[in-house]
Design a binder for this molecule. Sequence first.
Ligand code: KIV
Length: 275
Amino acid sequence: MAKVTTLHLQEMKRKKEKISMVTAYDYSQAVLVERAGIEAILVGDSLSMTMLGNPGTVNLTTDEMIHHIRPVVKGAPTPLVVGDMVFGSYNESIPQAVASANRLMKEGGCEAVKLEGGRPDVVKAIVEAGIPVQGHLGLTPQTASMLGGFKVQGKGFDAAKRILDEAKAIEDAGAFSIVVECVPETLGQAISEALAIPVIGIGAGRFCDGQVLVFHDMLGLFSQFLPKFVKQYAQIGDEIVGALGRFKNEVRDGGFPEEKHTFGGLSAEEIKKLG
Ligand code: KIV
């Protein structure tokens, strides 16, 4: 597969080809995503929970985000790599937002940034600085407390209209794509049909231009909480626990290592002479 760019994703939408995106947060995960031929990687701030064990995304720093973007870029040369702007790195001022986006690109090496919320002025400024931006609307986890918690957004007429209008404004501001999270399927479809840019859904129904899932959720690596919209394609966590348990038992019982895992050297006689 040729290197995926923002234009490539837009071309996929025009051709009605569905886009797949997944999060990844380190080199080994990125290599697996690359091998699977997935078009786009989000180094999402969900890493705050999945990789760093924090209760939420709010205390993740830009330095930590950059630390995770770098190995992903090395491990996945083909997919488009999008770095997530962390809470507090773009809500003070437009210069602050542009400076934070510059850091993800220059120090992390990602090819685009994603930011949550309906701020077309911020999106426009970052795009004008030469940085491709992916918007993120609907349920925006960084500000979930403002939205009444982790719940479906845009259920009523006014709320749905506000999200649709925000999506149009983010597109007009120059975003190359938008993630829409946890909205009714009808709204996910309406946004996808209203915009020319790709709409990547997560809990936004079947009719978006593409889908994104969190690596740990879809592979069964994070069991603390599983949203309804996640499909688990594997139970890797259980596989790993089983393998670790077998290792522990074999070490205890002497089943590991076997002779084939050992190295030859001096004979027992010669070893004795070593003193
Ligand atoms: O951080 C993340 O993983 C995300 C996805 C839920 C889209 O923003």
